[in-house]
Ligand binder design. Structure first.
Ligand code: ITT
Length: 193
């Protein structure tokens, strides 16, 4: 099955393709001739995921999905949350975001955090949402070079390594996005029958 996935993030694309498996071929917006940035200016992950999938659907009329992810840190009142991509700057500057998070976490004893992903799927013109969460903690320095974004500072509960120290396979097995994508696959398989 071919399905359009609204992302410009190559890491995300390969993570999602790995969880979806060979039965699904992901098509990027660029491959559909959509080269502009897809707007995501809502104030919730649900709103952004839905805005992105509707943007694609309105232009292609094809089955498509989008995800939005946020890192929600308890001691920071849930920040950076829906603002995770633009925490420090207007762009997607992972290093600047990570430095700001480390600074804002200085002296905090409550290190609890979670990644939350919301996927919005539009299939046969109808929207369905799927959520994936992984709980963990933020450490006080960066470790590891795998993954992307806040991965070098996040240790999932039950582990002693950051996401950036895990292989893509290990991260996908327990991650927010991996969990949300598994729900998406289960749904797609259930309606294929
Ligand atoms: P697209 O919108 O093009 O898909 P993006 O990088 O903006 O790419 P999101 O809006 O979903 O993706 O994610 C917001 C930010 O959250 C992202 O820029 C990263 O800093 C962070 N993030 C998302 N998923 C992550 C993950 O699996 N590990 C670490 N950080 C992540």
């Amino acid at each position: 099955m071919k399905i359009i996935f609204a992302t410009n993030n190559a890491h995300k694309l390969s993570e999602v393709q790995a969880v979806l498996g060979d039965g699904f071929t992901l098509v990027t917006p660029r491959e559909c001739g959509i080269t502009e940035d897809i707007p995501e200016d809502q104030d919730t992950l649900e709103g952004n995921a839905s805005q992105k999938s509707h943007y694609l659907y309105d232009r292609t009329r094809e089955d498509c999905f989008a995800d939005d992810t946020g890192l929600e840190v308890e001691a920071l009142g849930g920040a950076p949350g829906v603002h995770s991509a633009r925490y420090a700057t207007d762009g997607h500057d992972f290093d600047a975001n990570n430095r700001l998070l480390l600074k804002n976490m200085e002296g905090k004893t409550n290190r609890k955090a979670r990644f939350r992903t919301v996927i919005s799927l539009i299939i046969n013109g109808e929207e369905h949402q799927f959520e994936g969460i992984v709980e963990g903690r933020i450490i006080d320095h960066e470790i590891g070079h795998e993954g992307f974004g806040y991965d070098p500072m996040f240790i999932p509960d039950g582990y002693d390594r950051t996401f950036a120290q895990m292989t893509a396979e290990e991260k996908n097995a327990i991650s927010h996005r991996g969990r949300a994508v598994k729900k998406l696959v289960a749904y797609l398989q259930s309606i294929e029958k």
